[in-house]
Design a binder for this molecule. Structure first.
Ligand SMILES: [Zn+2]
Length: 351
């Protein structure tokens, strides 16, 4: 007997298919689509949840961070159990998404996205969605997607407002057309200084997921009718505004095709994470499989607490909390000074 007729799963997408913009053909396109979501915190978690619920075929999720208590008011895939355990976000997200069920194949990776691994992460993607919280990764995504002619949807949110921009290579503006250079970090309000609230996250990701769903479910004619606007939304004042995003005829990225951000690759070995009092350190060379036992034996007598899981290890040493992943990447909590974090890494982990 067909399980679908028993448990109702055959009817799962009925209401969605009745919508005139989707139909049976649109649902079939959604179920054949592959999407890369970069980041699975506030924006990325909400996006991933929507993509699984609407039934995209394959979802690749990547995030470098671990769950903490301050995430819970706006990061919809995480629970107190995840925060208490300091679980890697990608793995915690995959667990919550699996509970939703449905046909989506989910590939969750706990990793830092850079020019070296983006080819592999984005291979076969029909669409890339920005669920990050930092400009360095957004410019990297813009470079990669323009270079490979893959559409992507930028989003940013701070306080109660946000921006959404679909970038369709060859049509309309790319991120660098609108903002040629990332502004200096100290000039930007961040989640750290201005806070962020859940309704703003949901307003932004509703627009982002709506555009994603329409793009993926549309045939060629539907896609040709797509107009790339920059949308501003404010969830506190209930305001929304569209601005035509025009292409810069001198754009370094989409006109001159210089992809500087892709070439930075492994140079940015130490990254301060926004608002986390945490620095991420990556080894000079990505490890195939880090020898956890060697590191834990090293640190054993000096560490306050030790925890060992299949995919990561954690210990407290010198007043810092270190979370170490199998590829040699580490998060050093308790400082925003890359030099101090690097010293802790070199002393206890080495390469
Ligand atoms: Zn451009």
């Amino acid at each position: 007997m067909n399980a679908g007729s028993d448990d109702g799963s055959a009817r799962r997408f009925d209401r969605q298919q009745r919508f005139v913009g989707i139909g049976h053909d649109g649902q079939a396109r959604l179920s054949a689509a592959q999407v890369l979501v970069v980041g699975c915190g506030a924006l990325g978690g909400s996006l991933a949840q929507q993509l699984v619920r609407i039934g995209v075929g394959r979802l690749v999720l990547v995030d470098r961070d671990v769950v903490e208590w301050t995430n819970l008011p706006r990061q919809v895939l995480f629970t107190e159990a995840h925060a208490g355990a300091g679980a890697p976000k990608a793995l915690a997200a995959a667990e919550s998404l699996a509970a939703i069920g449905g046909p989506t194949r989910i590939d969750a990776r706990s990793a830092h996205v850079d020019g070296d691994n983006l080819d592999e992460l984005a291979r076969g993607a029909d669409l890339v969605l920005d669920g990050t919280d930092n400009l360095a990764t957004r410019y990297l995504l813009n470079d990669w997607c323009v270079k490979h002619s893959v559409p992507w949807i930028y989003a940013g949110v701070v306080g109660a407002s946000g921006l959404v921009l679909p970038v369709l290579p060859g049509r309309g503006a790319c991120l660098a057309c609108l903002f040629p250079e990332p502004p200096p970090a100290e000039h930007l309000p961040t989640c750290d200084t201005a806070g962020v609230v859940l309704p703003a996250v949901q307003a932004v990701t509703a627009l982002q997921a709506g555009l994603a769903m329409r793009w993926l479910a549309s045939d060629d004619a539907g896609r040709a009718a797509f107009e790339p606007w920059l949308v501003e939304v404010d969830a506190w004042r209930a305001e929304q505004r569209r601005v035509r995003a025009t292409r810069d005829p001198e754009c370094r990225t989409c006109v001159r095709r210089e992809f500087r951000h892709l070439e930075l690759g492994g140079e940015r070995a130490a990254v301060v994470l926004c608002g986390r009092n945490t620095v991420q350190i990556r080894p000079a060379r990505r490890a195939e499989r880090l020898d956890f036992e060697r590191v834990l034996a090293n640190v054993g007598n000096s560490a306050k607490a030790l925890e060992r899981r299949a995919s990561f290890a954690r210990f407290d040493v010198e007043g810092f909390r270190v979370t170490l992943f199998a590829d040699g990447r580490a998060l050093i909590e308790g400082t925003d000074d890359p030099g101090r974090a690097r010293a802790v890494y070199d002393r206890w982990i080495g390469t």
